[in-house]
Structure formats: structure tokens, C-alpha cells
Design a protein around this ligand. Structure first.
Ligand code: PGA
Ligand code: ZN
Length: 433
């Protein structure tokens, strides 16, 4: 007898910004109960699946009671008695029931919550760790891309670029990489204070949000922090940025207000190219506007031999957009955010397409997160190789890092940080190997 879905229950909870999101509980035929919590972004891409919000006076329109009621009514009725082990059937049923191309009728928040709650309940019923239930092949711990400095929509737009991150790859274990990160994060904070920059508080993903004179200063500060913490920039610890450029793009122009200048697409591409030469910058996310396909192609042609060109708002974890990007030679890596697309099955499909076409995959959290650690198991299960969860402060972030520490300690899963540069960047030199 297969395990079947007995009941589903959803309710409104709050995310790490104090905004409503959903918790969804699945109960299986053997009595197993499991809950998941759904994340929510702020710097969202235009082509994302749609979160259903109530639009009434509660929480300035952001309530999620309608999405919860869809789970408790229509969705629970449609999935009652379904085989919990057939994730594709469950997700396809949800997609068909919704009936829209962007999941806007039932809500991608409702649909994703159900999709993930059933998977977690199945893993609990089977007494398996979640990564085994989700496994797409050989599981491995991801190399983290960790936010240290924030700008853009996550830090009051003090500087325009959204994330300045480190990739600690030149270490023997995930635990050592995380220890180095904590040291670098601390040193970065000391530099900010020493140099007299105003700290605007902790940003949405737990990183520092200093008022810096320019975007470039953030890269210089980060490189100094790696050095001053006693690590070798490039050899042990590299840098990644999320430009999130769609959020300061207006009619063909990128407006860098903090620097009192504007750049064309070619100008921004030239700036990014310069930075890859001046700093140990190995990964650039959303370097150009989300619908500038020719610009993405040019940037990819220019930089893909040495740099990870990562599409977030550009791909929105959408299999069709990723396929188009592959056909047109745009980017060489995809950011994977479950709630951009709305089901586990489609998330897996994006990971599979990426792998089959030599694109890297970076499993990512949202800026609005919860204490759920689902993502750590997802990144491990897909063997994606990379994860992006924010900084190493704030418990909604630590829930994921701590789960990865548990997976390394308890399950002895492999971590291949020292292979990172060779694997991801192909021809780039790997001095630490
Ligand atoms: P978001 O930001 O969750 O606010 O969309 C994360 C990112 O852009 O990577
Ligand atoms: Zn992004």
C-alpha cells in the first residue's frame, strides 16, 4: 500500500521581515505529520510565479489567508488519497488545478508549500533524511556563496548593487569554510567601523549595510577583509556579486545614484569586466536587465571563460527561460529559487536541464526567509554544488547553515570546495589545488 495524502492544512505565519507567509502541514495515511514554511522575495523578477496576497487592510495587503484557504479547501480536496511518493503527479495536479501560466489563481506560495510539505512528510514516514528522499543522484554538500555586505533593495539602496558575497572554497570541509566566513564577516565589520562608514543596521539577509561612497568600494572592502582575516583572496576565498541590475534599470539606462552617474548596458558590462581583473571576482549574478537577451549574450561571450555568469531574475527558475538562455548562449549558471517557479518537480527540472547543458546551479534562499532548513537538503540532494542563503547572522539563515553542518557531521557527505574553481570556471587557474 503506498502512503497517501490524508489531509493538508495551511495557516498564515510571518517571515524574517515580519511579513506574512505560509506554513503548510501534510498528514499521510500512516499518521505521519510534517510542516514546511514558504519563503518570500523582495527583489523579485518580473517572470516569477505569483505569490497570492490578500490585498485587504491587514498587513498592508500582504496577508496570506486566501492562499491558506486554497490549501485547506480546493487543494486538500484534490489531493486527498493521492500517492505521496509520486511527487510529479502531485505537482502536475497542482499546476492543472491552478490553471494559469504563473500560478496566480491558487498562489505559488500555496502550491509550493503543499509540494514541499508532502516531500517532507514522505521523508519522515520513510525515516529518511530529507536529502535522501529528494535525491537526484549522488548527494554532495554545496559550496556556499555568503553575503557579507548588502545594498540595493535589501539595505535601503545605499549603494545599488545588492549583494557582495564571499565563496570560501579553499578549505577541506564545509565546517572550516564556515569558520573562515565568520572571521571574514567580523573583520569586514571592523573595517566598516574603523573607516568611519555609517552602519545602517543589519540588512535583510543578515549582512552589513554600510553607507559606502561607491559600489566599487564594497569590493575593495571585501577583498581587504579576506586579506586581513588571514586568507588568500582568490586562492582560498573568492568574491561573488549580485548586481540585481533590473532594480536600478530605467529605459535602457542603469542609474547609479549613489555614484551620481548612469551607465548604458555596454558601460555596465565594461565595468563588470574591469572588476573581474581587479578583484578575485568569480561570479556575477543579474549583471544586466532581466529581459536584455542580447546584452546577456555579449556579457557571456566576454566573461564566461573566467567567470560564473548567473541568472536569477533573468531565468526566474523557469525551465523555458533557461532553455532559451542555453540556446542563445546567455549565462553559464542558474540561480534556483523554489518559489520563483512554485513546485519541487519544476525545480528539479531546472537543475536537470542545467546539469545536462553544463550550466552550474546555485540553490538559493529568498531575502524573506523562515526557520525552515528545507533548502539545505535540496541543495545537497540535487548535487547542485552551490548554495546562497545570505549571511551568517540571523537564525532564518543559520537554520540552513546549521543543517549543512549536521549533514556533514552526521552523514559524512562529501564537500568539494577545493574543486570549486576548476569545476565551475573551467579554464581558470586553481592555485589552491
Ligand atoms: P530576493 O533577493 O529574495 O529579495 O529576490 C535575493 C536575490 O536577488 O538573490
Ligand atoms: Zn539575485
Amino acid at each position: 500500500m503506498p502512503l497517501t495524502i490524508q489531509s493538508l492544512h495551511a495557516w498564515e505565519i510571518l517571515d524574517s521581515r515580519g511579513r506574512p507567509t505560509l506554513a503548510v502541514e501534510a498528514t499521510l495515511s500512516d499518521g505521519t505529520v510534517a510542516t514546511v514554511q514558504v519563503p518570500s522575495g523582495a527583489s523579485t523578477g518580473t517572470h516569477e510565479a505569483v505569490e497570492l496576497r490578500d490585498g485587504d487592510p491587514r498587513y498592508a495587503g500582504k496577508g496570506t489567508r486566501r492562499a491558506a484557504s486554497h490549501v485547506n479547501g480546493e487543494i486538500a480536496a484534490a489531493l486527498h488519497g493521492r500517492n505521496a511518493g509520486d511527487q510529479a503527479d502531485i505537482d502536475n495536479t497542482l499546476i492543472a488545478l491552478d490553471g494559469t501560466p504563473n500560478k496566480s489563481r491558487l498562489g505559488a506560495n500555496a502550491i509550493l508549500g503543499v509540494s514541499c510539505a508532502v516531500a517532507r512528510a514522505l521523508s519522515a514516514a520513510r525515516r529518511q533524511p530529507l536529502f535522501e528522499t529528494l535525491s537526484l543522484g549522488a548527494p554532495r554538500l554545496p559550496v556556499p556563496m555568503i553575503n557579507i555586505l548588502s545594498g540595493g533593495l535589501h539595505a535601503g539602496a545605499n549603494i545599488e548593487f545588492q549583494d557582495f558575497l564571499i565563496i570560501p572554497h579553499g578549505f577541506d570541509s564545509f565546517a572550516e569554510a564556515l569558520e573562515a566566513t565568520v572571521k571574514i564577516h567580523g573583520v569586514a565589520g571592523q573595517i566598516v567601523r574603523r573607516d568611519g562608514y555609517t552602519l545602517t543596521g543589519v540588512a535583510d539577509e543578515g549582512g552589513w549595510g554600510p553607507l559606502l561612497p561607491s559600489n566599487r568600494d564594497a569590493l575593495a572592502l571585501l577583498t581587504n577583509a579576506i586579506n586581513d582575516a588571514g586568507f588568500e583572496p582568490g586562492a582560498q576565498v573568492s568574491i561573488a556579486i549580485d548586481v540585481a541590475s533590473s532594480h536600478f534599470y530605467r529605459q535602457g539606462i542603469y542609474e547609479l545614484r549613489s555614484e551620481r552617474r548612469s551607465l548604458s548596458s555596454a558601460g555596465l558590462a565594461a565595468l563588470l569586466t574591469d572588476w573581474t581583473r581587479q578583484f578575485p571576482l568569480v561570479s556575477i549574478e543579474d549583471g544586466l536587465f532581466e529581459d536584455d537577451w542580447p546584452g546577456w549574450r555579449t556579457l557571456t561571450d566576454k566573461l564566461s571563460a573566467t567567470t560564473q555568469i548567473l541568472g536569477d531574475d533573468f531565468f526566474t527558475t523557469n525551465p523555458a527561460r533557461l532553455r532559451r538562455g542555453i540556446e542563445e548562449g546567455c549565462a553559464n549558471a542558474v540561480l534556483v529559487k523554489m518559489n520563483q517557479i512554485g513546485t519541487l518537480t519544476e525545480t528539479f527540472e531546472v537543475c536537470r536541464i542545467a546539469r545536462e547543458n553544463g550550466y552550474a546551479a546555485v540553490v538559493s534562499a529568498r531575502s524573506g526567509e523562515t526557520e525552515d532548513s528545507f533548502l539545505a537538503d535540496l541543495a545537497t540532494a540535487t548535487g547542485a554544488g552551490q548554495i546562497k542563503i545570505g549571511s551568517i547572522t540571523r537564525s532564518e539563515r543559520l537554520a540552513k547553515y546549521n543543517r549543512l553542518l549536521e549533514l556533514e557531521s552526521r552523514h559524512g557527505l562529501p564537500w568539494q570546495g577545493r574543486r570549486f574553481l576548476g569545476e565551475i570556471l573551467g579554464r581558470r587557474a586553481t592555485p589552491s589545488n
